[in-house]
Design a binder for this molecule. Structure first.
Ligand code: NAD
Length: 304
């Protein structure tokens, strides 16, 4: 059996390739253009890396030959980057996903696709149930909503087996820090370990459903190996909500010292609160549960 992971040299992709490579008799192919991912993320992982773009049809045909399932993670995965260059965000995330679905259609592969909780946008309801109205607040969120909508349309029109997941705030080893678009957990850990104040946009009361990367890769791996599909999007998080200030307190506790905070202006496109309804996820994967937040943070600090 062969599985393709697009964005396989990125944060979630390389962690997934590591999880999958423990499965006997499975060929794992990672496709990545190395725009934000890196070869070093796959060091020691039994996966073949193909350097190329999901937007290149020849490349897609080569890497999908004989593939049973595609886990599509390749994207420009950042709200602030999409504000700077919405067209690039659309090309990679929406058009790129369409090319992946086209390639899957040519070979009859099953597709697991990474959408995002950002599609709920300014809809204030909590927890976020998949049937809530989507009100995207950024070009990134729109591109993700387009990608999952294409996947569901391909299921309806061409009987393609698809599973669009809405990821929440995923964190853990291999997640890049130290750049302008860093996600909140690596930005906090990086600052804390360097003795700098932790950068908090706004007052820190924003809350997120933080999900440790191994929780995500276990679900993705099961989904790909068993070709699990769904006629609707599925939240990939387990329904716990933690504020940024609570994450800082937990990190301080793990590191054994009080951490200073630097409050910065709020960012356009950021949603105030996020928490998943996990009913659909539990129904599809009743045997899987989350790694607790504190354990995930401890492992992330240890990796840095
Ligand atoms: P990442 O940037 O580490 O991984 C994305 C990978 O895609 C990178 O390795 C990049 O080089 C590659 N890539 C970009 N454009 C490409 C192209 N045209 N062709 C081939 N490869 C390309 O980000 P991540 O956090 O691992 O995100 C993985 C997926 O999960 C993305 O689709 C993202 O939108 C989604 N997601 C992530 C989170 C999160 O909290 N990390 C939350 C919601 C959704």
């Amino acid at each position: 059996m062969k599985i393709l992971v697009t964005g396989g040299a990125g944060f979630i992709g390389a962690n997934l390739c590591r999880t999958l490579s423990a499965t006997p008799d499975l060929d794992v192919i990672a496709l990545d253009d190395l725009s934000t991912g890196s070869r070093s993320n796959l060091e020691g992982v039994d996966a073949s890396l193909v350097v190329g773009s999901i937007l290149d049809r020849e490349v897609m045909d080569a890497v999908t030959a004989g593939v049973s399932s595609i886990v599509h993670l390749a994207a420009i995965p950042s709200v602030p980057r999409s504000l700077v260059d919405p067209v690039a965000s659309h090309a990679a995330n929406a058009t790129g996903s369409l090319e992946v679905l086209e390639a899957a259609r040519r070979v009859g592969a099953h597709v697991v696709l990474a959408s995002s909780s950002s599609v709920y946008g300014r809809n204030p309801a909590l927890p976020k149930h998949e049937e809530l109205r989507c009100e995207p607040m950024s070009p990134y969120a729109v591109s993700k909503l387009a990608a999952e909508s294409y996947a569901l349309a391909y299921a309806a029109c061409y009987d393609l087996e698809v599973l669009p997941f809405r990821f929440f705030n995923v964190f853990g080893p291999l997640q890049a820090a130290g750049h302008a678009y860093a996600a909140v957990v690596p930005a906090f850990v990086d600052a804390a370990l360097a003795g700098r104040p932790l950068p908090v946009h706004g007052d820190g009361s924003q809350s997120r459903d933080f999900t440790y990367v191994e929780t995500v890769t276990r679900v993705l791996s099961e989904a790909a190996l068993r070709r699990v599909s769904s006629p609707d999007p599925v939240n990939l998080a387990f329904g716990s909500r933690t504020t940024l200030m609570e994450v800082i307190d937990l990190l301080g506790d793990i590191l054994g010292r009080r951490l200073d905070v630097e409050h910065l202006p709020t960012r356009a496109g950021d949603v105030p609160h996020s928490q998943a309804d996990h009913g659909r996820l539990r129904a599809l994967f009743p045997e899987l549960g989350p790694v607790p937040l504190r354990t995930g943070l401890e492992r992330t600090v240890a990796w840095f």
